[in-house]
Design a protein around this ligand. Structure first.
Ligand SMILES: C[S@@+](CC[C@H](N)C(=O)[O-])C[C@H]1O[C@@H](n2cnc3c(N)ncnc32)[C@H](O)[C@@H]1O
Length: 258
C-alpha cells in the first residue's frame, strides 16, 4: 500500500437516491480506493460490491425499526477508522449535504486534523419524484420548490412547513412517512383539498411504489403506507403530470357517485 493510502483521510460520498447506478463516477472511484467504508441504511448494498474485497464495510444506519447507530458513535468511528486504516469512505444516501448531518461529521474530523473531501450525490428530493415523471418545476405550473422536513426534533410542525404551504411552490417533504396524514391536513388548510399529492417509497429501487391523490382523497393512500421504507411526499400542481393522476381521480369521482 502506498503512503497516501495510509494517511488518515475521509471522503464523504453521496451514494445517490437508491439504485446503485445513480452514484457519480467520482463517487465510485472514491469507493474503489477505500480502506474502510461506513455506510447508511439508504445505500444500495450492491454498491458495496464495487469496493475492494476484504476491507471493513461497517453499517451505521439509523432507520426506523432497525439497529440504530448514534451520530456521536459514527463521528468517533470515522476518526478511529481513519487513524487505523487511512482512507475512509463515508457513504451516505442521496447527497451528503441534504439532511445528511455531513457538517457535523466534517467538523468532528477536522477537529482531529483529518482532511475531508465531499463528493456530491444525486439527491432523492429531486430524483425520486423525477423517477415517477414528476418535475419539481414546470413552466406556467411551478417556478420553485421547497425541500423540507415536516417536523422539528420535538415532533411539532416546523415553521417552514407553514411558509411552504402558504407559497405556490412545489413542496417536497423528506422524513414524513409516519406523519403523512397530519401533514396533508395541515397543508390543506392553505392549499385547499384539490391540491395533488404524490407519495413515493423506495424510489429508484426495483420495488419503488408511487401513489397519487388530492389532499381531499389522501385516505386512499394511507392504507398502503409502509413505515419501514423511506418515502417522499410531493405536493403541488406538478403532481398532475404523473401518468395515473387524472385516471385515478376520475375513478374516485365516479365511485363516489355510485
Ligand atoms: C435523512 S434524509 C437523507 C436524504 C439524502 N441525503 C438525500 O439527499 O436524498 C432521509 C430521507 O430521504 C428520503 N429518501 C431517501 N432515499 C429515498 C428513496 N429511495 N425513496 C424515497 N425516499 C427517500 C426519505 O424521506 C428519507 O426519510
Amino acid at each position: 500500500m502506498d503512503q497516501s493510502q495510509t494517511q488518515p483521510r475521509v471522503t464523504l460520498v453521496g451514494a445517490g437516491p437508491g439504485s446503485k447506478d445513480l452514484i457519480t463516477i467520482r463517487g465510485l472511484k472514491a469507493l474503489q480506493s477505500a480502506n474502510v467504508i461506513l455506510y447508511d441504511a439508504l445505500v444500495d448494498i450492491d454498491l458495496l460490491k464495487e469496493a475492494a474485497q476484504g476491507i471493513q464495510k461497517i453499517y451505521v444506519g439509523k432507520r426506523f425499526g432497525k439497529h440504530h447507530t448514534s451520530q456521536e458513535d459514527i463521528n468517533e468511528l470515522l476518526v478511529t477508522s481513519a487513524f487505523a486504516h487511512g482512507h475512509v469512505v463515508r457513504l451516505k444516501g442521496g447527497d451528503p449535504f441534504v439532511f445528511g448531518r455531513a457538517s457535523e461529521e466534517i467538523e468532528h474530523l477536522e477537529s482531529f486534523g483529518i482532511p475531508v473531501t465531499v463528493v456530491p450525490g444525486v439527491t432523492s428530493a429531486i430524483a425520486v419524484p423525477e423517477s415517477q415523471g414528476i418535475p419539481l418545476t414546470k413552466r406556467d405550473v411551478s417556478s420553485s420548490f421547497w425541500v423540507i422536513t415536516a417536523t422539528k426534533k420535538n415532533g411539532s410542525f416546523s415553521d417552514d412547513l407553514i411558509h411552504a404551504a402558504k407559497s405556490s411552490a412545489t413542496i417536497v417533504i423528506l422524513m414524513g412517512v409516519r406523519k403523512i396524514k397530519e401533514i396533508s391536513v395541515k397543508i390543506k388548510e392553505y392549499r385547499g383539498g384539490l391540491m395533488p399529492i404524490a407519495f413515493i417509497q423506495n424510489g429508484t429501487m426495483h420495488d419503488e411504489t408511487c401513489q397519487v391523490a388530492t389532499l381531499n382523497t389522501i385516505e386512499t393512500i394511507l392504507e398502503s403506507v409502509d413505515n419501514t421504507k423511506p418515502g417522499i411526499i410531493v405536493i403541488g400542481n406538478v403532481v398532475a403530470d404523473h401518468p395515473s393522476f387524472f385516471e385515478e381521480e376520475v375513478q374516485r369521482v365516479l365511485s363516489s357517485q355510485l
